[in-house]
Design a protein around this ligand. Structure first.
Ligand code: NCD
Length: 319
């Protein structure tokens, strides 16, 4: 079954093209529901997709919910506050329950790393990881990559189209599922990836394909793309971050700092933004910011991800 648990599960050239197709469809048939349904999955069109959101979310949840509807399916949103997890039910039992009720897919956001894999082990339907603790966030990385692909003029998606480009990801790398999933996809298309954080927010182990550095100047030097990340205070042990002011002073992405990046360097952020902390207002709202383009790509990306996970795959024996 094609679960989507890690960025490494994503079939890259195919996904970029499908996201593009969904974007075009959206542009053509903004008010035509039929337009969106044309290429939806007729055999699934009656079912429900469970959206289990056990952590706060605005962008990811809104995009998945709209994507489920765009595919002609029904979103069944369950949050930690409203679920039987409050009564002591395990995630495995919740997933088994939803499968027994006939959902056709499960989208899961969860505070624990590995939760999506655990759900997939007991699920009879595809599980899509919408962010599990500090582990992975594959659909976010996919929409980030798509945003860059469009920005760079939609080069041959099967090529190493980011070869020769430097991408600097700056912020709380140690706790960032976005950084981990992005690293997987960016290196697959040839990017040179730098991960930059204060020493105690760098990961303990090396990450294959990335250059780790506490030196912001070194990370930003000649960068083509800079991605700022939020400090994941909900995942930090106490005392890891000495002071917000020190972080702002030494690591904030602002216009002055970007002077050493390439003149045409673009800036990204997965959101939510802590304006004035990891990124200045001036940069977040500047012409070089791709932040709202990322948000915009979120819906088409989730349409393509759901379509991929819920489609019958010849190797799985399903028809
Ligand atoms: C990220 C997340 O939740 O992992 N946001 C998102 O999904 N758009 C990043 C974050 O919370 O900082």
């Amino acid at each position: 079954m094609p679960h989507l648990l890690s960025a490494s599960d994503l079939p890259l050239p195919q996904m970029l093209l499908r996201i593009r197709a969904w974007e075009e469809k959206r542009a053509r048939g903004r008010d035509s529901r039929q337009g969106l349904l044309e290429q939806a999955l007729p055999f699934r069109a009656e079912g429900s997709v469970a959206l289990l959101f056990y952590e706060p979310s605005t962008r990811t949840r809104a995009a998945f919910e709209q994507a489920v509807v765009a595919l002609g399916l029904h979103p069944l949103v369950i949050t930690a506050e409203s679920a039987s997890v409050q009564k002591g039910e395990t995630l495995a039992d919740t997933v088994r329950t939803l499968c027994a009720q006939g959902v056709v897919g499960v989208v899961l956001r969860h505070p624990e790393a590995g939760a999506a894999h655990a759900a997939a082990r007991v699920s009879s339907v595809p599980v899509l990881n919408a962010g599990d603790g500090a582990h992975e966030h594959p659909t976010q990385a996919m929409l980030d990559l798509y945003t860059l692909w469009v920005h760079f003029g939609m080069p041959d998606p099967a090529s190493h189209w980011l070869a020769g480009r430097k991408v600097a990801i700056v912020g709380d790398i140690a706790h960032s599922r976005v950084a981990r999933s992005n690293l997987i996809l960016l290196t697959r298309v040839g990017a040179e990836v730098w991960l930059c954080a204060p020493p105690n927010l760098l990961p303990a182990a090396t990450l294959p394909g990335a250059t780790l550095t506490p030196c912001l100047q070194e990370a930003l030097q000649n960068a083509d793309v800079v991605m700022a990340l939020r400090l994941q205070r909900e995942r930090m042990e106490q005392g890891l971050l000495p002071s917000l002011n020190a972080y702002r002073r030494d690591y904030q992405i602002n216009a002055q700092r970007l002077a050493c990046a390439r003149p045409d360097c673009v800036v990204m952020h997965p959101g939510p933004l802590n304006r004035g902390v990891e990124i200045s207002d001036e940069v977040a709202d500047s012409a070089r910011s791709l932040i709202l383009k990322q948000v915009h790509a979120g819906l088409a990306t989730r349409c393509a991800c759901l379509e991929y996970a819920l489609s019958p795959h010849p190797e799985s024996g399903a028809v």
